[in-house]
Design a protein around this ligand. Structure first.
Ligand code: AHM
Ligand code: MG
Length: 360
């Protein structure tokens, strides 16, 4: 948990439906259209000429994520100068050390999403409970996110990312934390921002997967990749082989088969590893093991959004036995094994695990 933030943020369970407005927050804008127009050419945080989605209100939420990402990216680039290195000394709800940039990233995402006046509630990897914003029909979206993924790479200036998923707020029932426990198939859009040698915003909608590169002159995302699809073949596999001895025989065999056919690349930042494999062809693996049977990655904030991107790009994502997008979380911070990337590679991994471990 992030102790300080836990006190400041109210959970949906037992909380006031309308939460605080942070001091120093810029005034909220009225809606999707207005947010878009207001942003164009303004404080340095906008998007392409055509927007991210044809739906104005969904576009406004995507715009908010893009603007938050630009701020997180700026802090990332300045980490050593901006006091963003190192941990806060706290431990989050996952039992992991909270980094300074995690806390700041959370604050930034939360602020921009509130400003849309379209988000009913949000849930983050960094907070123990979901946050209710406004429980009414004028706020049609739920947003889940990991504001800073790959935290262990911050202090060594290696690529990190942000991950998000956007769901429709179900009508006709009051918001509860359980409202977030929905299968990834229900996402309206999902994606990530990569803070690498370029800052790239990758968005999957019902239509397709596009990528936008940040133009630092004017701080605008410009569409640079349209209708992304996984190329054929498996150029790369990405997995932390330090855990080899803890894996099941099926996972060990699947990784051995990958070694024979693809080159290994592992950054240790999910967004970076996923993005390379998306553009070049390949597969990312974070299996469960004897110490952590469900693996490390979170279903809601990491696996489901990237599974949505992967499938829209012609790829696949599984937990070794089931499609990730079909899994309904039982808890907000539930973990899952994850195999995601080129469809043929994921299918082959699933088959090897099934035949090897199923036979034991
Ligand atoms: P985080 O959300 O705390 O940063 O952890 C998730 C990260 C992923 O980006 C990455 O794939 C994984 O942890 C690496 O874990 P490991 O160091 O065990 O290989
Ligand atoms: Mg993460």
């Amino acid at each position: 948990m992030i102790a300080g933030r836990r006190r400041a943020c109210r959970s949906i369970c037992g909380a006031r439906p309308n939460l605080r407005r942070e001091s120093g927050e810029t005034p909220a804008l009225a809606g999707g259209d207005r947010l878009d127009r207001a942003c164009l050419g303004c404080d340095g945080a906008v998007v392409t000429e055509n927007g991210f989605s044809q739906d104005p209100s969904l576009n406004a939420v995507l715009n908010a994520v893009a603007r938050a990402s630009i701020e997180v990216g700026r802090l990332t680039r300045m980490a050593s100068l901006a006091g963003m290195l190192g941990g806060t000394g706290e431990v989050n709800v996952q039992g992991e050390a909270v980094q300074r940039l995690d806390v700041e990233g959370q604050r930034i995402f939360e602020r921009y999403l509130r400003q849309t006046n379209l988000v009913a509630a949000m849930a983050s990897e960094e907070l123990e409970h979901a946050i209710a914003v406004a429980d009414d029909d004028a706020h049609p979206y739920l947003v889940v996110f990991d504001p800073v993924d790959g935290s262990s790479n911050i202090d060594v200036a290696v690529t990190i990312g942000s991950i998000f998923g956007i769901y429709p707020r179900p009508a006709g029932a009051p918001l509860r934390e359980a409202t977030f426990l929905r299968p990834g198939t229900e996402q309206l859009a999902a994606g990530y921002t990569l803070y690498g040698s370029s800052t790239m915003f990758v968005v999957a909608t019902a239509a397709n997967v596009d990528a936008y590169t940040l133009d630092p002159d004017g701080n605008r995302f410009r569409r640079t990749h349209s209708g992304i699809r996984f190329p054929g073949g498996c150029a790369y596999y990405s997995v932390n082989e330090h855990y080899f001895d803890r894996w099941s025989a099926g996972v060990q065999r699947a990784v051995s088969e990958l070694r024979a056919s693809c080159a290994a690349r592992y950054v240790g930042s999910l967004v970076a590893d996923f993005h390379r494999n998306l553009l070049k062809g390949g597969v990312f693996l974070y299996p469960g093991d004897s110490k952590s049977p469900a693996g490390k990655l979170r279903l809601l904030y990491e696996a489901a959004p990237l599974a949505f991107v992967a499938e829209r790009a012609g790829g696949a994502a599984s937990n070794g036995a089931q499609r990730i997008l079909d899994l309904t979380p039982q808890q907000l911070h539930q973990r899952t094994p994850l195999f995601v990337g080129s469809r043929d590679a994921v299918t082959a991994i699933d088959a090897t695990i099934r035949t090897t471990d199923g036979a034991e």
